[in-house]
Ligand binder design. Sequence first.
Ligand SMILES: *Cc1c(COP(=O)(O)O)cnc(C)c1O
Length: 356
Amino acid sequence: MTRAHNFSAGPAVLPLEVLKEAQQEFLDFAGSGSSVIELSHRGPEYVEVDRQAQERLKRILGLGEDFEILFLQGGASHQFMMVPFNFLGTSQTADYINTGTWSKKAIKEAKLFGRVNVAYSSEELNFSRVPESSELKLTPEAEYVHFTSNNTIFGTQFRKEPETNGVPLVCDASSDFLSRPLDVSRYGLIYAGAQKNAGPAGLTIVIVRKDFLAKGKKEGIPTILNYNTHVGTMFNTPPVFGVYMFNKVLAWIEANGGLAAMEARNAAKAKLLYDEIDADDFYMGTTEAASRSHMNVTFRLKDESLTKTFLAEAESRNLKGLKGHRSVGGFRASIYNACEPESVEALTAFMKEFRR
Ligand SMILES: *Cc1c(COP(=O)(O)O)cnc(C)c1O
């Protein structure tokens, strides 16, 4: 078996230790004689998995008792609708920062529910940057300020949270969730699809602060779309395999030094790549330097006629998933937590060779 150097944007690489452990216990979980996907979600084995995942996530992020953790389904795209359904009334305003395809989709849904103020947009720059806080045109009485912490397609990332004068942040953290420490006190709600940096597709992690939740709408929300329905109880069958894998990824993060260690490891991998891109003008970054993502490194060739050759030769060296999104072109190396430094080294070695 040869494992690929996997640079896929999502679903994406997971830690090999996690995959092996899951493989080993797939047919007989915790001595039950059944697979974890064959057991009742209300039975003792799964209930323990759910409890462990919640405890670990609290420990890793430093979440206090003032936060609720929900394991939902539907992906981040579902949260684009669920957030304004719960928190944006027809006469209320929310601020949205438009830094890419996903932000735009979130804005489209929010407009169905209330007033949306686009506090900043980099659309006319083909989303090649994220704003400084001083550039935001915020609404003082906004219910929340929504931002996308890492723009998976365009390869930009906020280095720190936008300043909002006390208005709670709502964050689509799908593609950098658990890649670095967070100042959780700034957030009303954080959501992330697991499949970029935290587990398999099918699980959506939602972290919501209790006082923010208390300000949500009280009526007119279908039961399953109301966050309160999911607090402290499994309303319906959770994505059991996703939560099981997420729990293992969390254990892997803890065993490898937690979020500070993840941040350092990710920054070092990103630096290797950006240094190679910046070495001369053979390769070119597609984003403003100050906005560069440590998760999705986007770049292209100065001579774009060689793009296909680059991809084909990379593929033949087991370097997979490097094709850029069609709205940017060129290449995208997604280097999430589980991407090993060796994979990035193999890529930069190939980049040097290709240049020669
Ligand atoms: C992938 C991604 C999404 C979409 O996630 P789904 O789970 O497919 O709905 C949304 N936002 C960001 C930032 C993403 O990277």
